[in-house]
Design a protein around this ligand. Sequence first.
Ligand SMILES: [Zn+2]
Length: 300
Amino acid sequence: MLYGALEVGGTKMVCAVGDESGQILDQVSIPTSTPDETMPKVIEYFKSKVDPSLPDEEKIRALGVACFGPVDVRKNSKTYGNILNTPKIAWRNYPMLKTLQDALGGLPIGFDTDVNGSLLGEATWGCAKGLQDAVYFTIGTGIGMGAISSGKPVHGMLHPEAGHLAMSIVPGDDYKGHCPSHGACFEGMASGPAIEERWGKKAKDLADKPEVWELEAKYIAQALTDIIYTLSPQKIILGGGVMSHTQLFPLIRKYVLEYINNYIDTKELHNINSLISPAALNGNQGIMGALKLAENATIE
Ligand SMILES: [Zn+2]
C-alpha cells in the first residue's frame, strides 16, 4: 500500500511516497518561497501519484502533511489545516490542508504539526516505539515540541508551544533573549539564533567553548524538567540543528537530574541516557511521521 508524505518546512517542502512499513520509495525537495510559487510544484508531485492512468497499486491511498506551526489542528474548526500567525508573512493564514484537498479530489489527508509528525515517526518506527507518552523537541532556528499522551497526539485548544516556556535566568547571564514576543523564553535563550547573537558566532564555530554548551544545557534542562513534571513522558527525543552538537546530551541529562533533585524516582530517570535521547531515524523521522499520518487518515 502506498502513501504520500509532505513535510512543510520553512526552507523546503519534502514530498515523498512510501509504504506502510515506513520505507521511502521516492522523494523530492522543493524550496519554500511563496505559496504561489511553491504550492503548484507540490500539487503537481502528488497529482502525478493519484493519476487515473496509473495502475491502482501505484497510486497513493492517502496523504499525510506535517506542517510548521502555528497551525490549526482542531478537526472541527472552520480553519482546520490553516497555517496561523507565522512570522513567515507569505504563509500567514494560508489554507494548506484545503488547498491540497481541493487539488487532490477525495484523497484522505492527515494533518498535524511538524513536531508531532516527527514524534509519530519515532513512536512508530524509532526510539519511542511502543510508548504511550513521549515528547519530541526540535531545537534549531526555533524551538518546537510535539507530544503524545496516552498514545494520542496532544492538541488541545491549539497545540503545545513548549518552545516558549518561561525560563529562570542562569545567574551571571545578562543576555536579553531573542524571542520577539517574550525575550528570554526557552526559544529566546536557547535557539540557534540566540546562541549566535549571545556569543557573536555560529554554534558550529563554538564547539571548543565549554561555557557555551554548559549554559545551553542549563536552559534546555530547565524546559525538559518542566515537561517531565507536567506530561510525565517515558521518552524525550531531542532533534534539530542545535542538538547535532552531541556534547549537549550528557550535560542536559546531568542538569535534569540536578534540577529534579530526587523529587521523582522512576526507572526512566534511573536510565536517563535512554529517557533523553537523540532522534533515531537518521533525519527521516519527519517524513516517516507524515507517512504514518497518511495511513492514519485512511482509518479515521
Ligand atoms: Zn517566546
